[in-house]
Every structure is written in structure tokens, then in C-alpha cells.
Ligand binder design. Structure first.
Ligand SMILES: Cc1cc2nc3c(=O)[nH]c(=O)nc-3n(C[C@H](O)[C@H](O)[C@H](O)COP(=O)(O)OP(=O)(O)OC[C@H]3O[C@@H](n4cnc5c(N)ncnc54)[C@H](O)[C@@H]3O)c2cc1C
Length: 395
């Protein structure tokens, strides 16, 4: 392996490159990314950057010196447009074609939008540094804010808008925000945070459309009601960025479909981060995770398997995601499937630890302002502790 090509110059792509170098790879390494900026971190976009606590430069994932030491050729501002897995080349938007011996797909995900939004001012999604700066400027104009979707990113924007004392309405199509991911009870616990902080939460209400000539003025709901708005943030999830692979013959199914070793369906093609849907041996099914920890951990396994393809290791992480809202940290480790039991609840309802079980199997833990307890749970999950041990440790 003399030429490694990584498409997607963000967390997963950069971490793969670093892990390759750390493990002794000294061949050529090229990172192609369609954003202009050097790799930056996304979690601060909806937190410290949006609040103005951080300048944009602080989101850089690595210093210039660290990037230079990696000896990577960065092709930034260039989009991969097609893959030919037989010729082993990737075609770029500028028309050039890059050959590879091994390829890593790390193109992440793009935010979902809603029909009828194109060109309407005041409507935002949040994925890139540019998105975050535009949203920060818009918030400074003291708009009436509507958040569409009750996921973590939208929730963090709602929290920042309330910190600025702006009127915020959160519209969620499900009866309970986050209930698909966390179950109804824990979804309600997270939704309470919004209500306590003055957000008007409308659940079980779907958006029908938006009114306004050039800029948004109103959000129309399917029940016929309307909400006046100057700023709408659409936070209804993201879809894996696989459009450029459509004609490649690589198997795609809600992401790049990979085996337990993070290998895609063509020789010497791997995937890491938000774009990868791989077979998780511990869960017995394919999984795609959109979180920071997964992008780093999966990148390390991909690099390891690229360097030693004869004895690859399986990727079996304990999923972990966090979110910061209203000065509160929410953390989820493992899976939020099966029954849930609250094992700790602060009197003020500001802290909570809930455990998920499937029979005797300990599946996951949700913590609100309970970081130390969550850490214990992560350790238990990593070594496959059963429900009784989890209960005894966490209680
Ligand atoms: C606002 C926000 C807040 C978040 N907060 C948290 C948090 O608190 N906790 C947490 O665990 N996770 C959080 N996340 C999720 C976390 O940031 C992502 O899981 C992580 O960034 C995934 O990294 P990635 O490298 O796989 O994908 P990305 O970071 O999406 O990077 C993919 C890169 O590939 C580029 N690309 C796409 N297509 C092409 C192409 N065809 N050619 C070239 N380049 C291409 C993209 O432009 C992008 O630069 C947050 C995400 C966002 C957006």
C-alpha cells in the first residue's frame, strides 16, 4: 500500500490519517474535502461558537504544525464526484482523477431539509462552520425563533436562543421529542429541560409549510395553526453523504454498507464516521452512528485494518454521545432499547441516571448531569456486564 486516499477532510478523515501515520504508514496520503477550511470540530458549532464564547479559529481540530507534521496532501475545496473501484480511481469536481491503493470514505452526513424551503431567507440548517456563523449573526438580530425537530442539535440552538432571551417555539412531529432514540420516558425528561427554560414545545405537530415572500414570516402546521417566525432552524436529522458513490457499484443502504471490519463492498475501500453503516458484531446488525466519539474510534480501526488486512479486527464500540443544553450535560452510552429504569434522580430533577435493559442484558445508560455515574456505566457496557451488576453498581 503506497497511496492512501481519504475522501472527507473532517474528524473521521483526519483521525484515519493520524492513525495511519502513528502506526508507521509512510506512503502517500491525500485528504480530499469539499469545504475550504482546514479540518474543524463540529460540536462547538452549536455550543461555544454559537454563543460567541469561541472565535471560529478555535474550532480547528489541529494546529498548523500538527497538520504539517502529518505530511498529508490536502485537496480542500474539491469535491469527489465519482468512484471507479475497478480502476481504483476517484474523480474530482475539477475533472482530475486520483488513483489509490486503499480508499477511505469519510464524507459524513448532510442535514435534511423540508420541501418548499429553497431560497427562503431566515431558514437555517446547522452542519458547517459557515452555517454556524450565519446562524449566530441571525440570532443577534433578536428574531422570533422556531426550531423544527427535537433532536440534539436543534435543542442546543433552542438553548442558546433562550440564553439570549429570545422567544422560542420547538415543533416536533413525534408525540415526545427524542422518543425514537431514547424512549418516551427519557424523551420527556429531556423535553422538560426546554419547558423549564421557557421554550414553547409543540409535540405531535407536523410542519405543513412556510409563509413569506423572500424571508420566512410564518410556519404553517398541518393542524392549520401558524407560528410567527423570523428565524427557523430545521433540525430534522442528516443523511449520509453518498451521492457521489451512486454509480460506483459500492453497496449503499443508509450509508456505505460495511462488514464488521469497516470494509465496503469493493476491494480496499473502507468507511468511517457518520457515513459508515457497518455490521456491529455485538448487536448482530448493521449500525450507523452520528457522533463524535464514533468518528474517532472507527477511524482508528479502519487505519489498523488497512495496515494489516490479513488479520483485521472487528469494530465493536459502545456507542457514546453527549449534548450540552441550558448548562446541562446529557449523555447516552450504549443502546437505549428495551425497558428503562431510573436509578438516580436529583430532587430538583436536574440530574438523572436511567438504565436500559433487554431481559438480563444491560443495554445502555442515559445521564443528565451525572457524568461520573455515566462513566461507570460505559465501563460496564464495555466489558459486557449484565443487568444485575449494572443495577448494583449504578444504584
Ligand atoms: C452542530 C453539530 C453539533 C454536534 N454536537 C455533537 C455533540 O455534542 N456530541 C457528539 O457526540 N457529536 C456531535 N456532533 C456530531 C459529530 O460532529 C459528527 O458525528 C462528526 O463530525 C462526524 O465526523 P465525520 O468526519 O464522519 O463527518 P463530517 O464531520 O460530516 O465530515 C465529512 C466531511 O466530508 C465532506 N464531504 C462530503 N461529501 C464530500 C465529497 N463528495 N467530496 C469531498 N468532501 C466531501 C463534508 O463537507 C465534510 O467536511 C455534532 C454535529 C453537528 C453538525
Amino acid at each position: 500500500m503506497k497511496r492512501v486516499l481519504v475522501v472527507g477532510a473532517s474528524l473521521a478523515g483526519l483521525c484515519t490519517a493520524e492513525a495511519l501515520r502513528r502506526n508507521g504508514y509512510d506512503g502517500s496520503l491525500t485528504l480530499v474535502g469539499d469545504e475550504q477550511a482546514m479540518p474543524y470540530d463540529r460540536p462547538p458549532l452549536s455550543k461555544q461558537l454559537l454563543s460567541g464564547d469561541w472565535a471560529p479559529e478555535r474550532t480547528a481540530l489541529r494546529s498548523d504544525e500538527a497538520l504539517a507534521a502529518l505530511e498529508v496532501e490536502f485537496r480542500l475545496g474539491e469535491r469527489a464526484r465519482a468512484l471507479d473501484p475497478v480502476a481504483k480511481t476517484v474523480e474530482l469536481s475539477g475533472g482530475s482523477s486520483l488513483p489509490y491503493d486503499a480508499l477511505v470514505v469519510a464524507t459524513g452526513a448532510r442535514p435534511r431539509s423540508l420541501p418548499g424551503l429553497r431560497g427562503l431567507e431566515g431558514v437555517h440548517t446547522l452542519r458547517t462552520l459557515g452555517d454556524a456563523l450565519a446562524l449566530r449573526d441571525a440570532l443577534a438580530k433578536r428574531p422570533r425563533v422556531v426550531i423544527v425537530g427535537g433532536g440534539f442539535v436543534g435543542a442546543e440552538v433552542a438553548a442558546e436562543a433562550r440564553r439570549r432571551d429570545l422567544p422560542v417555539t420547538l415543533v416536533e412531529a413525534l408525540p415526545v421529542p427524542l422518543s425514537r432514540g431514547l424512549g418516551e420516558r427519557m424523551g420527556e425528561a429531556c423535553a422538560r429541560l426546554h419547558v423549564r427554560n421557557g421554550v414553547r414545545v409543540l409535540c405531535g405537530r407536523a410542519v405543513a409549510g412556510f409563509d413569506g415572500d423572500t424571508a420566512v414570516e410564518r410556519v404553517r402546521l398541518e393542524d392549520g395553526s401558524t407560528i410567527d417566525a423570523d428565524l427557523v432552524v430545521v433540525g430534522i436529522g442528516a443523511t449520509p453523504a453518498v451521492g457521489w458513490l451512486a454509480d460506483s457499484g459500492i453497496r449503499l443502504d443508509d450509508g456505505v454498507l460495511c462488514d464488521a471490519y469497516c470494509r465496503a463492498s469493493a476491494p480496499d475501500v473502507y468507511a468511517a464516521g457518520d457515513v459508515a453503516r457497518w455490521f456491529h458484531p455485538g448487536y448482530g446488525r448493521h449500525v450507523r452512528l452520528e457522533n463524535w466519539t464514533n468518528a474517532r474510534e472507527q477511524a482508528a480501526v479502519v487505519a489498523r485494518n488497512m495496515l494489516d488486512p490479513g488479520s483485521p479486527v472487528e469494530y465493536t464500540p459502545v456507542p457514546y454521545v453527549w449534548s450540552d443544553q441550558y448548562g446541562t450535560r446529557i449523555q447516552l452510552a450504549g443502546r437505549s432499547s428495551g425497558d428503562v429504569r431510573i436509578v438516580h434522580e436529583g430532587e430538583d430533577q436536574e440530574s438523572l441516571l436511567a438504565l436500559y435493559r433487554d431481559g438480563d442484558r444491560f443495554e445502555g445508560a442515559l445521564a443528565i448531569n451525572s457524568a461520573r455515574r455515566l462513566l461507570d456505566c460505559r465501563r460496564l457496557l464495555a466489558r459486557g456486564a449484565d443487568w444485575h451488576e449494572a443495577l448494583a453498581t449504578a444504584a
